[in-house]
Ligand binder design. Structure first.
Ligand code: COI
Length: 354
């Protein structure tokens, strides 16, 4: 057992004891929690500064029943991945973007946040301590889940007096089994985000309100839900856990980031790659009719990477799209995963070796 040692030396010897890979059936990986060896924790008890963080064995954490995060949902999360390259290096993909997004979200949620340097250092240490859980190239990735939460006690509605930043890690495979094309239901009653709300930051409170729509759609045989803007119900915004793109002719469109759509790091990278391919990419308000008339549609996110949308149902209308080998979504997937895993040269400086 890893015991309670927390120094980097003890982590190195533990790694050596257990060899290069953890005992995982890499061919069966799904997007789920596989407990790894270590997690990273750092606290902010006074003022805005997080103090020295540390690694501890992965396990339950202690929280007061009156913690701000439990009572009033004062919390944010991030998601990023570490890849193992064919030649045995470890690569992160644009981790400084996650650090900055957490900082922005923390401002919206009235929380202090770790500095980008502290964030990056914590991510690197978490990966190095859990190296043997990074899947072989092509079998999956090590998903890192940074959390920022109000861990101090509060009863009156207001910011907590203490904050905890934590990172845990889990090896993962595809978010949707086999990256199967999505069969989407366009939800026209329940909403995910409202103008002025928190839809544009990774607040933990953005996710469970989506479960009801997800449950209803799954009961009808759909794989996921697309949400519309809450003011008019006319424009497409976001899928449960990812951004959406449509293709018509040579033009790719994705909803504008305007407070109700999450500024995805994969979204931003795909816009860049698609422009390199020669496509015109527009960030705009997209009427649901444009989705129904598109040649192709796909979604992007850290977890889903680039996943094709096979069909969309809006009210009583169902349309199908091109997926598979010749589809743009497949080309984009090959390029972005090529960069992320070191298979393609990273001309953009997006990867960070640790
Ligand atoms: C990610 O893609 O990393 C996310 O944060 C979405 C998550 C809800 C699975």
């Amino acid at each position: 057992s890893p015991g309670l040692q927390t120094t980097s030396d003890s982590i190195r010897s533990h790694d050596a004891d257990h060899g290069k890979y953890a005992d995982v059936n890499w061919d069966e990986l799904e997007f789920g929690v596989v407990p790894t060896d270590y997690m990273y924790t750092m606290k902010c008890s006074k003022g805005d500064e997080f103090s020295q963080g540390h690694l501890t064995p992965y396990g339950n954490i202690e929280l007061s029943p009156s913690a701000g995060v439990l009572n009033y949902g004062q919390g944010l999360f991030e998601g990023l991945k570490a890849n193992r390259t064919e030649d045995g290096r470890f690569l992160l993909f644009r981790p400084e973007e996650n650090a900055l997004r957490m900082k922005m979200g923390a401002e919206r949620m009235c929380m202090p946040s770790p500095s980008p340097q502290q964030f990056l250092d914590a991510v690197k240490r978490t990966v190095l301590a859990n190296k043997r859980w990074v899947p072989p190239t092509g079998k999956g990735t090590l998903y890192l889940r940074p959390l920022l939460m109000g861990s101090g006690s509060v009863l009156g509605v207001g910011p907590a007096p203490e904050y905890t930043f934590l990172i845990f890690a889990s090896p993962v495979g595809s978010y949707h089994k086999g990256r199967a094309a999505l069969n989407l239901y366009v939800e026209d009653k329940l909403h995910r985000a409202t103008p002025g709300g928190t839809g544009g930051v990774k607040s933990i409170t953005n996710y469970s309100p989506v479960y009801l729509a997800q449950k209803q759609a799954r009961a009808k045989g759909f794989s996921d839900v697309l949400f519309l803007d809450s003011l008019t119900g006319k424009y497409i915004e976001e899928i449960t856990a990812c951004n959406i793109f449509i293709l018509k002719g040579n033009v790719i469109s994705t909803p504008t980031i305007d407070g109700t759509v999450l500024p995805g790091i994969t979204r931003k990278s795909i816009i860049n790659i698609a422009r390199d391919f020669g496509y015109q990419v527009e960030e705009r308000v997209i009427p649901v009719e444009d989705l129904l008339e598109a040649d192709e549609a796909f979604c992007t996110g850290t977890a889903v990477v680039v996943t094709p949308i096979g069909a969309v149902t809006y009210q009583d209308k169902r349309v199908e799209y091109k997926t598979g080998k010749g589809a743009l979504s497949q080309k984009l997937y090959e390029v972005i995963t090529g960069i992320q895993t070191g298979r393609l040269e990273d001309k953009k400086g997006w990867t960070m070796e640790i």
